[in-house]
Design a binder for this molecule. Structure first.
Ligand SMILES: [Zn+2]
Length: 395
């Protein structure tokens, strides 16, 4: 279909640039959702702002746009917020100026993930221009402004509102930049879970010259750390890498040279696969620590405080991954690997509602200075999403 058949505002390059120019660093909306609302409304979507507040967190604006009232419901999920620019002096272009250079579109959010939102918008515009608004199904965009932040007032609450009013999503594609080195080389069919754990170890403080009267918390902590890192947690599963456990800090804060501390703290993050839930993993780690602590003797104790950012999830290869992989293959000429690597995303919330996978641009530059996407990739992504819609609503 010639480009003149769709509104100029839905052009993937122009729209990505317009979105990048909105300085929507979490939790600020900065006009990004307002712009989308206008563009999507222009091609027939019903737009609904879902703004949420919760004590102790920032107010967040989100956008739910849907066309169609019945039939099968295909949802595209994404986020319009971006991470901060970091060291501004290291950028070679203005992070929000959306410059085109050397075949790339540069700027914060170009890859993660305003480009994908724009690509999906163009794909929808093309699909609707050909099929009309009564194509027998529903397409929606679920766009949060709170993915890069605490993710409290975004996707979770949007999904709950939809569920509360009986609105069901059948399948969902999240537009995170999942391609690794080359466009189309990877999609994500699951993600590892993530949990941060604070470990507080208590012994008995004392004068270093009288070791028999003290129980050095650093020594105890060292043994407990060792108990967690000496043996691998698991060997991985069919679709997941081995669970990883990384200590991120050890803190004692002892300024004295003649005192052995009574308390020592450490923190670790663990990225766990589908062999565990946060609960079973924490129980396993606690057991290891109890054994190690008992072996040390004395009355020293430890305490764990866990914060779970997300459980692991996995959508088994099936109709949805076949659909998206087939579109990538036919449009981009590459077979995407079905992966579960990398950080967490809002797909962890959506998987409770429907089958979900993630496919988008090359993520190499995400969160870095000079974040960018190839102009050609943005155009190809729009074609991939369009093909996905075509085939999903073909039968
Ligand atoms: Zn993202």
């Amino acid at each position: 279909m010639p480009d003149t058949m769709i509104p100029a505002a839905t052009d993937v390059i122009d729209l990505t640039r317009a979105l990048v120019r909105c300085e929507s660093v979490t939790p600020v909306e900065a006009g990004a959702l307002k712009l989308l609302e206008k563009v999507l409304g222009g091609i027939g979507f019903q737009c609904e702002r879902m703004d949420f507040t919760q004590a102790g967190t920032d107010d967040v604006s989100n956008l739910y746009a849907r066309i169609g009232t019945g039939g099968r419901h295909f949802c595209f999920a994404g986020h319009s917020d971006v991470v901060p620019v970091g060291d501004l002096s290291s950028w070679t272009v203005g992070p929000f100026s959306a410059e085109l250079s050397d075949g790339y579109l540069l700027g914060r959010g170009a890859a993660d993930m305003k480009g994908a939102i724009a690509a999906f918008t163009e794909a929808s515009a093309r699909f609707l221009a050909r099929r009309g608004q009564d194509f027998g199904g529903s397409i929606s965009l679920l766009i949060t402004g709170d993915e890069e932040g605490p993710a409290v007032n975004g996707t979770v609450k949007m999904l709950k509102r939809l569920a509360d009013r009986g609105e069901k999503i059948d399948v969902c594609v999240v537009g995170e930049p999942t391609s690794s080195r080359r466009f189309g080389d990877m999609m994500k069919i699951g993600r590892r879970g993530s949990m941060n754990v604070d470990m507080i170890v208590r012994g008995v403080q004392g004068h270093v010259a009288y070791p028999e009267r003290l129980d050095n918390a650093i020594h105890r902590l060292t043994a407990l750390i060792e108990a967690l890192i000496r043996e691998p947690i698991d060997k991985g599963s069919t679709h997941f890498q081995p669970t990883s456990l990384q200590f991120t800090t050890v803190d004692v804060g002892n300024k004295a040279t003649n005192i052995a501390p009574g308390t020592a703290k450490a923190r670790f993050n663990t990225r766990f696969n589908d062999l565990w839930t946060s609960k079973t993993l924490l129980a396993h780690l606690t057991e290891r620590l109890e054994r190690a602590n008992a072996a040390l003797g004395g009355n020293g104790t430890f305490e764990l405080q866990a914060t779970v950012s997300g459980e692991s999830f996995y959508t088994p290869p099936g109709p949805l991954s076949d659909l998206v992989a087939g579109a990538v293959r036919d449009v981009a000429g590459i077979d995407p690997e079905l992966s579960t690597t990398g950080g967490t995303s809002d797909a962890r919330f959506i998987r409770n509602s429907c089958p979900v996978l993630e496919f988008g641009l090359v993520g190499e530059s995400m969160h870095k200075v000079d974040e960018k996407s190839a102009v050609a990739d943005l155009k190809t992504l729009a074609r991939v999403y369009e093909t996905v819609l075509d085939r999903y609503f073909a039968t």
